[in-house]
Design a protein around this ligand. Structure first.
Ligand code: AHR
Length: 502
């Protein structure tokens, strides 16, 4: 039963309580050669909306709405068995291969050249990946040469021959994927991986000293090697590495509150890795600080997986997201903002069809899933300086420990406007008393809210707008304090502007 008078929470946002600058790369995603992510996702020659190169323009339009910085490519588990040389040159001569990671057939009709063309059309930069499973440091350095070296060498000339006269300038590279996981093709222990990654990074940076590299950290927080894996890998790679990767997926295991409090788990995972990274820094007496690359995160119902053996572009892990999923997801976006000082890169895994904000029909329509909207709001309102709000809120007991019923994050933008994100995970509404005195007199110019009666609602091809954020009418009165009702189980973004600029 809803309480008649909502409990009061106080939120004090102070312009000098800075966490740090939000890196543009926090708004990145991931496209793996897996299932229908590439084939019939972004690329489908013959589709009515396909352009001359076979890219789906309907999907491109939706991708552009997310205003992504980078897209991680080409994997994922796929990366650890992938030979990038299979994906270049005349398409008809490219080999069809067994992809052992996902038990699928890889046609190699899309490779680095095609994906680079797609990324230009989408206005996104590529975060490349090199294979540390079956691949060698030499293959990794040759890929950097192919992509980034101007010309006059065997691999750079092959790129020119394949239609890209100018270097691609891929400046960020993952050295392998989830190498801590026994499921990974060519899985290594931390020391063997650390040594191999160090040599690969050295050679890649010798080819192009402007690149930054991400070494594999833990693939989840439950794996028994966490966080010792991270410490050991950094012990071997600290001088060459720029970022340590981390991956985490969440699912509703039957308790909605626990699931909505996933931000708490994410927060603890980040804090543990920050401590681990800084411990190695201290041991090494290093002046360099390693950042975190949260390059896979999302809601993923791993227990619902169905195997599809040896098919081309099978329907793999195409989760349909509910409103509840989108609410939990919004808390994850906020946890990233609340660690903006150390998490410099974050990739929503993935982008199209495979646990994705965008869903397509083969030969048919493309829609926005529920999680599309909180990501879009995060990408639109999350850029600037992250601030730490001081909040007095009820705490709710969850399996992640006591969690704030009202979870918040705030970002001050260059133009002086302020965005305040609020997630109410409880079953009761709250009355938020906002204190914004340090900003002087401001106006609430917009309030966008994601909520609804049916937490299980999903967007479908026939009913694509069942779950969309609503614009809530706002009072235009300039003030320094505001009182706003935050409904149960809702996510809100408030936008404030200095009143003199209005
Ligand atoms: O995103 C799906 C898979 O999840 C990726 O291939 C892998 O890196 C992770 O385990």
């Amino acid at each position: 039963m809803q309480k008649q008078t909502p409990e009061t929470v106080t939120i004090h946002v102070e312009k000098d309580f800075k966490i740090g600058e939000v890196d543009q790369r926090l708004f990145s995603s991931f496209a793996e050669h897996m299932g229908r992510s590439i084939y019939t996702g972004i690329y489908e020659p013959g589709h009515p909306a396909a352009d001359a190169k076979g890219f789906r323009t309907d999907v491109l339009e939706l991708v552009r709405e997310l205003n992504l910085s980078h897209v991680r490519y080409p994997g994922g588990n796929f990366l650890s068995g992938y030979d990038w040389k299979d994906g270049i040159g005349p398409k008809e001569a490219r080999p069809r291969r067994l992809d052992l990671a996902w038990k699928s057939i890889e046609s190699n009709q899309v490779g680095i050249d095609e994906f680079y063309d797609w990324s230009r059309l989408a206005g996104i930069q590529i975060m490349g990946g090199v294979n540390m499973g079956t691949g060698s440091p030499k293959d990794a350095a040759e890929l950097v040469e192919y992509c980034n070296y101007p010309g006059g060498t065997a691999w750079s000339d092959r790129r020119i021959q394949n239609g890209h006269k100018d270097p691609m300038g891929i400046s960020l590279w993952c050295i392998g994927n989830e190498m801590d996981g026994p499921w990974q093709i060519g899985h290594l222990d931390a020391i063997d991986y650390g040594k191999k990654a160090r040599e690969a990074a050295k050679m890649m940076k010798w080819v192009d000293d402007s690149i930054e590299v991400v070494v594999c950290g833990s693939s989840n927080a439950e794996i028994s090697t966490f966080p010792e894996w991270d410490r050991q890998v950094l012990e071997y790679t600290y001088d060459e590495a720029d970022y340590l990767s981390m991956h985490r997926y969440f699912e509703n295991e039957g308790n909605d509150l626990d699931f909505l409090a996933s931000f708490k788990d994410m927060d603890q995972f980040i804090s543990t890795l920050v401590a681990t990274v800084d411990y190695v820094k201290a041991v090494k007496r290093s002046k360099k600080t390693i950042g975190l690359s949260f390059d896979e995160w999302n809601v993923w119902y791993q227990k619902r997986q169905t195997p599809h053996d040896w098919m081309e572009a099978p329907e793999l892990i195409e989760d349909r997201y509910t409103l509840l999923d989108a609410l939990s997801f919004s808390g994850m976006c906020m946890a990233l903002l609340n660690h903006a000082d150390r998490v410099k890169i974050a990739c929503l895994a993935q982008l199209v069809n495979v646990i994705a904000p965008i869903l397509t029909e083969r030969g048919g329509r493309a829609i926005r899933q529920t999680i599309f909207y909180p990501f879009q709001l995060f990408s639109k309102h999350g850029r600037g300086t992250a601030l730490r709000p001081v909040v007095h809120t009820p705490l709710l007991e969850t399996r992640h420990g006591d969690a704030e019923q009202l979870y918040t994050s705030a970002v001050l933008h260059e133009d002086g406007t302020l965005s305040l994100f609020c997630l109410n995970i409880g079953e009761t509404a709250l009355q938020a008393e906002l204190d914004l005195r340090s900003f002087g007199s401001v106006k609430l110019c917009a309030h966008t809210r994601l909520s609804g009666e049916d937490l299980n609602a999903v967007n479908t091809f026939d009913n694509p707008f069942a779950v969309v954020p609503q614009q809530i009418p706002v009072s235009e009165k300039p003030a320094a304090r505001f009182s706003e009702r935050i409904p149960a189980r809702s996510f809100s973004v408030f936008s404030f502007a200095p009143s003199e600029t209005l």
